[in-house]
Design a protein around this ligand. Sequence first.
Ligand code: ZN
Length: 240
Amino acid sequence: MRILVISDIHANLTALDAVLTDAGEFDAAWCLGDLVGYGPDPNECIAKVRVLPNLRCIIGNHDAAVLDQIDTKTFNLEARQALEWTKKTLTESSISFLSSLHQKIEINNVTLTHGSPRHPVWEYLMDSQTAALNFDYFSTPYCFVGHTHLPVVYTREEKKFVVYKPTPNNKITLSPRTIINPGSVGQPRDHDPRTAYVIYNPEENTWDYRRLTYNIPAVQTRMADAQLPERHIVRLQAGW
Ligand code: ZN
C-alpha cells in the first residue's frame, strides 16, 4: 500500500502539481494541514487536495486563521497580510472544505496532526525536549506532524531518544515509537527550496522521503501579481 503524505502546501499549486506527478499512483493521501497562507493558489490547491483518493486531512494554523478560529493578530505582519488576501480570495466551497477539517485523526497505527499531539494547531516541534514531552500525548506507534516545514525524525526507543534529519530521496524504516515530519510541499524552510513529500508504506513501515525541483519563478510571478508580501516571494527561492 502506498500512502502519499504531504504537509504545508501553502497555496503553492506548482509545487503540489510536481509532487502529484512524481508520486504516481497511490492508495490514500494524508495531508497534515496548512493548505493555504503565503501562496497565490489557495482555491486551486484545495480543489486538487479534496479529490485525492481516500483523503484524510488535518487543519493547520493558517487554515484555522482564515476561518477566524484563530486571531490573525497572533501572526507576524507579512503572514497576516497573506492571510487577509487569502480570506478575500477563498470561495464558499473552499471555506466549507476547510471548515470540515479536524485537528487530530488516528488512522490505523498513526496519529495525524499539524503542530504536535499535545497542541495540534499551534505547538512547533523544533527540538528534542519538546518532542520528548509529546510522546505522552498519542498512543499509536507513529505520529505524523507538519507545521515547522522541517523534515525530522524523533524516535523514542527503550533506553534512548534518537533525532535526525532524514536524507532526501532515501527510504527509511520506521521503528515505534516515532514522531516524524515530511517537510513542506509549498514553502520548505530547511534551506533546500525543493518541494518535499513522502510515500509511506504501512505494511513495511517504510518512509520514502523525496525532494524535487519545481518551477519556483512561476509561483513568484503569481505572488507578485497578487501583491503578496515581497519577503515571502524571496524566501521561496532560498528555502527558508
Ligand atoms: Zn505551515
